[in-house]
Design a protein around this ligand. Structure first.
Ligand SMILES: Nc1nc2c(ncn2[C@@H]2O[C@H](COP(=O)(O)OP(=O)(O)O)[C@@H](O)[C@H]2O)c(=O)[nH]1
Ligand SMILES: [Mg+2]
Length: 405
C-alpha cells in the first residue's frame, strides 16, 4: 500500500490532519512532543468512480464508493514534530526520520497562520514564519540523507573496490530501504556531477549536493498550508506560493475537516470528504457550540478556500506527485464483477508505466504466471502483457491458472 508521511514542526496540525483523514483519535494537544511515536492509520484518496460511466451499482470490496466517488485506501503516518538536530538524534529524531524514510511521499505541514514560534510553541498568530519553519525541517531531512551516505561510505567503497558492484548498485544496497530507486541514484549522481568521481574522493560539498538531489527525487513532497482559517494566513499563503509554486502548496484547515467528519459521523450533517458543501440535517439538533463551529467552518474555510484541503492534499500527492493511476480489475468482463458477483469490487493504485502484467502480479502471483491476455473492458479489445495501463482502465485478466479453478 502507498505510504504517505506527515512531517513538520510541532503544533502545525499534523495529528489533527491525521485524525481527520483517518478518523481515529490520537491525542491532540498544544504541548510539544505529545505524539511520542509515529501513528499509522488508513486514509483514502478520492477519484471519480467508473460506476456512473458504466451505469452500474457497484459493491466495492477493497475500497469505498460514496455518491460516485471512489475512496481508495492508503497508509498515513503521523510523525512527531521534527526539532533542530533531529538528524543527530535529538528528540528521538533517529527513529522518526527512519520511519519518514519508509514513506513514498511526504506531506509537509506548516502553520500558515504563523501561530507557532521557531520552537513550535503556540504564539500570537502572525508572529511565526512558515517559510523559515519549512526550511528548518527540510534541512533535517537532507542532513539525514547525508548522514546515511557518510555512515555507509566505507562499506560502499569496499563494495566498489571489490569489482563486483558499480557505484549505483553499491549505493542502492544502502539506500533502497529509504525508497530510493536506482534511477534516483543515477539522476542524483549526474545532477551532482560526481558520476565519474569515486566515493572515496567525494568532498563535503559532494555529499551535501548528493543528499539534496536524493531527497528531492525519492520523496515527492506537498506543502500543506494549514490553519488557513486563522487571521494572517492569506498573506503567508501568497508568500508560500511565490516561494514554492502553486502546484506544491495546498491551502488547508485540518481542524475544519475534523469537525466536519465528526459531525457527519454523528449524523448531524451530510458531507462527502473532498467536496465543497456540507448540509445540516436537522438545524434543531445542533447545540449552540456545534452551530457556531459549523458556521465558522462555512465562513472561514468553505467561504475562503472552498474545501478544507485535507482530501485535496492526499489526492494531489498520490495522483499528481506520484502520478498513480486507478485501475479496476474485474473477473467477468460482461458483469464487471468478481467471482462472487460483486460489481467493480476493487480499485488499485498503480505507479506510472505499469503494465497489465504488473497488475496481474499485484492481484496474485499465480495470475501473472498463467497470464494469457487481458481485456480492456471498455472497448472489448485484447491487450498484450506489456500494455501500459491508463487511469480508470477496467481490466479483465485471462490466465491459465484462473481457468483451472
Ligand atoms: N485554527 C486552527 N487550528 C488548528 C488547525 N489544525 C490544527 N490546529 C490546532 O493546532 C494545535 C496543534 O495541533 P496538532 O494536530 O496537535 O499539531 P502537531 O503537533 O503538528 O501534531 C491544536 O491546538 C489544534 O487544534 C486548523 O486548521 N485551524
Ligand atoms: Mg502531533
Amino acid at each position: 500500500m502507498i505510504r504517505i508521511g506527515l512531517i513538520g514542526k510541532t503544533n502545525t496540525g499534523k495529528t489533527t490532519f491525521f485524525n481527520a483523514a483517518t478518523l481515529l483519535s490520537a491525542e491532540i494537544s498544544t504541548y510539544p512532543f505529545t505524539t511520542k511515536q509515529p501513528n499509522i492509520g488508513v486514509a483514502y484518496v478520492q477519484t471519480l468512480c467508473v460506476c456512473k460511466e458504466f451505469r452500474v451499482k457497484d459493491n466495492p470490496k477493497n475500497s469505498v464508493c460514496i455518491n460516485g466517488w471512489r475512496f481508495i485506501p492508503i497508509e498515513l503516518i503521523d510523525l512527531p514534530g521534527l526539532i533542530k538536530g533531529a538528524y543527530l538524534g535529538r528528540g528521538l529524531g533517529n527513529q522518526f526520520l527512519t520511519v519518514a524514510m519508509q514513506a513514498d511521499a511526504l506531506l509537509h505541514v506548516v502553520d500558515v497562520s504563523g501561530s507557532i514560534d521557531a520552537e513550535g510553541r503556540i504564539c500570537e498568530p502572525g508572529l511565526g514564519n512558515p517559510i523559515a519553519d519549512f526550511y528548518e525541517v527540510e534541512y533535517e531531512l537532507v542532513q539525514w540523507y547525508k548522514r546515511v551516505l557518510k555512515m555507509n561510505s566505507n562499506k560502499i567503497e569496499r563494495m566498489v573496490k571489490s569489482g563486483r558492484y558499480d557505484i549505483v548498485e553499491a549505493l542502492y544496497s544502502t539506500l533502497s530501504g529509504m525508497k530510493v530507486t536506482k534511477n534516483h541514484i543515477i539522476e542524483s549522481l549526474q545532477a551532482s556531477e560526481i558520476e565519474d568521481k569515486p566515493i572515496w574522493s567525494w568532498t563535503e560539498q559532494d555529499y551535501e549536493k548528493m543528499a539534496l538531489e536524493l531527497r528531492i527525487r525519492s520523496k515527492p513532497t506537498l506543502i500543506v498550508a494549514n490553519k488557513m482559517d486563522l487571521g494572517p494566513a492569506e498573506e503567508n499563503f501568497e508568500k508560500l506560493i511565490e516561494e514554492f509554486g502553486r502546484q506544491f502548496v495546498v491551502p488547508c484547515s485540518a481542524e475544519a475537516e475534523l469537525a466536519l467528519r465528526r459531525a457527519e459521523k454523528s449524523g448531524l450533517i451530510e458531507y462527502t470528504p473532498g467536496t465543497e458543501i456540507f448540509k445540516v440535517i436537522n438545524e434543531e439538533k445542533l447545540t449552540p457550540k456545534q452551530k457556531w463551529a459549523l458556521e465558522y467552518v462555512q465562513k472561514r474555510v468553505m467561504g475562503r478556500i472552498f474545501r478544507t484541503g485535507v482530501q485535496q492534499a492526499l489526492n494531489t500527492t498520490v495522483f499528481k506527485l506520484l502520478e498513480m493511476s486507478v485501475i479496476y480489475p474485474v473477473e467477468d468482463p460482461v458483469k464487471l464483477s468478481d467471482k462472487h458477483g460483486n460489481i467493480l469490487p476493487d480499485a488499485f493504485l498503480m505507479p506510472p508505466k505499469s503494465t497489465v502484467l504488473d497488475l496481474a502480479r499485484e492481484i496474485h502471483s499465480d495470475l501473472a504466471k498463467g497470464f494469457i491476455y487481458a481485456i480492456d473492458v471498455r472497448s472489448g479489445i485484447r491487450l498484450p502483457k506489456d500494455y501500459i495501463l491508463r487511469d480508470r482502465d477496467v481490466i479483465s485478466i485471462v490466465s491459465a491458472s484462473k481457468k483451472k479453478k
